[in-house]
Design a protein around this ligand. Structure first.
Ligand SMILES: [Ca+2]
Length: 477
């Protein structure tokens, strides 16, 4: 048992384990009832949620978790793509866009699930947690579980469909001629567990029932596949929205004076019903409608899991973390995807509820995904390993307005970015020479419609932010 006494006591001071300790307040009591963690990852979920003020999207179950804890209103991923972002969360290391698995990290590290496993937790991985199922499979108490062994299979629609990705026969008649994949969205009239996320919820609920009687604390990771492409969700979730009421992005153009190699991937064009259609109003409305349906579908699965937690009497001693692995552009700048350092790609949802912390809490302070690892250590009284490159955000869960990090950092292929209270600045370099810059003033231009990096009045800001990028995350307190 590696309890850091100082960390434990400071946690006690915040009253975080007050519920867990029981009337005796003894350390043994805390040891016996160390908080569980329900760790919910949602693929490609941008903060398109009611609790982030997006009331056009229906997410009542995530909003309920938010009401019981803290919404990090300005949380940033460290890499805007699935695999590397997930590696950064589960290792606490600032990854690059090439680090799709933990295997090529040079730092010596213990992953978050391994740390919990070493400290008496049952660690479970259901659905998409790390990008590859085999990555650090031994760090979990049981082999990672997915409803199908392989997701990124090769072959045509029939092969994909075998994994339940598409459920509607019409999808099989609507293939992308190049990839032979089905449409980028689908609204089959099927039950929740016809698609993978319903199965992930079923498995997670079964695990909760099993763990209720095991007597051990758990770190239960539950990774939902939607709203990642293809935007497939049961029809009933599409029916929650009226197409005509779905608002399109108001900035369907490239940022003015962009002059930088900022783009998005062609991922969506690997599916049918995309391509040239992307510029049309029909597509903009349909794609947003489809994304919202997927958000509501996943939200309902999260609701089922949280309800089971409650019914089983586990809720009072369970920390819940909900995070999307990065943001997404839903037609803004005519982008459909992530893969750049625009705010829409880097800004991601992060919601944490923990026993003994403030409810209905929200903070505007800047946090980043490498901060999740040390925060979970603090909330459970474990020592944060020395390799971790983040800072615990737990103090913000009780005092959301206190002084905090003045900047957070992100990397993408060929560039580095820094987000401060006011600005988001990106730099591309060849050797030591800066080749391109991108600067947005979020105070005057939150939609990022004008790159002001080359403007003469930006010179002082650019110099300052360039130096900050050079100094890096270690220079930030
Ligand atoms: Ca993702």
């Amino acid at each position: 048992m590696h309890i850091n006494r100082r960390g434990f006591l400071s946690t006690m001071g915040l009253g975080l384990l007050g519920v867990a300790l029981g009337p005796s307040g003894s350390a043994d009591g805390a040891k016996a009832k160390r908080p569980n963690i329900l760790f919910i990852a949602v693929d490609d979920l941008r903060p398109q949620l009611g609790c982030y003020g997006h009331t056009e999207t229906l997410s009542p179950n995530i909003d309920k978790i938010a009401a019981a804890g803290t919404v990090f209103q300005r949380a940033y991923c460290n890499v805007p793509v699935c695999g590397p972002s997930r590696v950064s969360v589960l290792t606490g290391i600032r990854t690059s866009s090439r680090q799709w698995s933990t295997g090529n990290l040079k730092t010596k590290y213990t992953t978050l699930p391994l740390l919990f496993k070493q400290n008496g937790y049952q660690t479970i991985s259901n659905g998409k947690v790390l990008h590859n199922m085999s990555d650090r499979a031994g760090d979990w108490s049981q082999p990672p579980w997915r409803s199908v062994a392989i997701y990124h299979g090769k072959g045509d629609w029939a092969g994909y469909n075998a994994y339940g990705v598409w459920q509607d026969k019409k999808s099989g008649e609507t293939l992308n001629p190049r990839t032979k994949r089905g449409p980028y969205c689908e609204s089959a009239d099927v039950p929740d567990n016809a698609y993978q996320d319903g199965k992930v919820a079923d498995k997670t609920i079964a695990d909760l029932k099993r763990m209720k009687t095991s007597g051990k604390p758990f770190f239960l990771a539950c990774g939902f596949w939607r709203p990642h492409l293809p935007f497939n969700a049961p029809k009933k979730y599409w029916d929650m929205y009226k197409r005509k009421d779905v608002a399109m992005a108001t900035n369907r153009f490239a940022p003015k004076d962009l002059n930088a190699p900022c783009r998005t991937s062609g991922e969506i064009d690997g599916y049918a019903l995309s391509g040239k259609r992307k510029a049309t109003d029909d597509f903009h409305r349909q794609a947003r409608h489809a994304y919202y349906a997927c958000v509501s579908y996943v939200d309902a699965q999260i609701g089922r899991v949280v309800k089971a937690l409650d019914t089983l009497g586990l809720a009072d001693n369970t920390i819940i973390v909900v995070w999307g692995d990065h943001g997404w552009n839903l037609g803004e700048h005519n982008y459909w995807g992530k893969h750049n350092t625009l705010n829409n790609s880097l800004h991601a949802p992060l919601i944490v509820s923990a026993p003994g912390t403030k409810k209905n809490n929200r903070t505007n302070r800047l946090v980043e995904f490498v901060d999740i690892y040390p925060s979970l250590c603090e909330l459970t009284g474990l020592t944060t390993p020395g390799h971790v490159q983040g800072k615990s955000f737990v103090p913000l869960m009780n005092n959301p307005k206190q002084e905090w990090k003045s900047a957070v950092f992100a990397k993408w292929s060929g560039c580095n970015a820094v987000k401060t209270d006011r600005y988001l600045y990106t730099e591309w370099k060849k050797g030591q020479k800066v080749t391109h810059r991108m600067l947005f003033d979020h105070k005057t231009d939150p939609q990022e419609n004008t790159n002001i990096a080359a403007a003469s009045e930006s010179k002082e800001t650019v110099d300052k932010l360039s130096k900050l990028l050079q100094a890096g995350w270690k220079s930030i307190k």
